[in-house]
Design a protein around this ligand. Structure first.
Ligand SMILES: C[S@@+](CC[C@H](N)C(=O)[O-])C[C@H]1O[C@@H](n2cnc3c(N)ncnc32)[C@H](O)[C@@H]1O
Length: 202
């Protein structure tokens, strides 16, 4: 699709948002909605990494969560701010490279959620991403991911994720609490994603 340096930059993502963001659902991820509606996650301190246009962040805020949402695309954050105003939602939007999030936020979140962000970063940064998840969550906090794409596709972004490898890597510091494959995915992603919830060691 494009070279790795472009993928790493916020300018690349800004450009995507300006032209057409093919991953964008124009609404919250139905799997995230399912988690809230079924009380699988409950109001608490939540951080969303790679929050895109902010639909999930706004939904969570409206549902009583205290939400921080991080994205380094200024286009995405500006859209999110407008969306939150429209819904009168209170979200702490941070326009920053997630890998540079202030260490003051370490160990402060009950929940961390990512959707199609892990597959969007350059694969050599995956360990760094997992370390970031570890440092942001409180002991006992939960990491929620709808891991996509698990169908072994080539190229990227989105870069393929091996579900078993992912679980194995996480097992050093997290306990897998929930895994559901039969989730209300959007049609084109049906069977290509899995809901995983991990708990960070106390
Ligand atoms: C494929 S989009 C997914 C956005 C959103 N989660 C969604 O479901 O629509 C990936 C997002 O991650 C953001 N992103 C990628 N690398 C990032 C980084 N290092 N720091 C912050 N945001 C990043 C991009 O700007 C983009 O908004």
């Amino acid at each position: 699709m494009s070279n790795v340096l472009e993928i790493l930059s916020s300018a690349f993502w800004d450009e995507q948002y300006k032209v057409k963001a093919p991953w964008d659902l124009n609404s919250p991820n139905p799997v995230f909605t399912y988690l809230i509606k079924n009380n699988i996650i409950n109001p608490s301190k939540l951080i969303i990494l790679g929050s895109g246009k902010g639909y999930d962040a706004v939904l969570a805020s409206e549902s009583g969560f205290e939400v921080t949402a991080v994205d380094f695309s200024v286009e995405a954050i500006n859209y999110s701010i407008e969306l939150s105003k429209k819904f009168n939602a209170k979200v702490n939007f941070i326009n920053s490279d997630m890998f540079e999030i202030d260490s003051n936020l370490n160990n402060t979140f009950d929940l961390l959620y990512e959707y199609v962000t892990y597959c969007a970063i350059e694969p050599s940064k995956r360990n760094q991403f997992i370390n970031l998840v570890k440092r942001l969550l409180k002991p006992g906090g939960r990491f929620i991911t709808v891991l996509f794409p698990i169908d072994g596709r080539g190229g990227g972004p989105p870069f393929s994720v091996n579900q078993n490898e992912f679980i194995k890597i996480l097992s050093a510091d997290f306990k897998l609490e929930l895994m559901i494959k039969n989730i209300p995915s959007v049609k084109p992603r049906k069977g290509k994603e899995v809901l995983l919830i991990f708990r960070k060691a106390e």
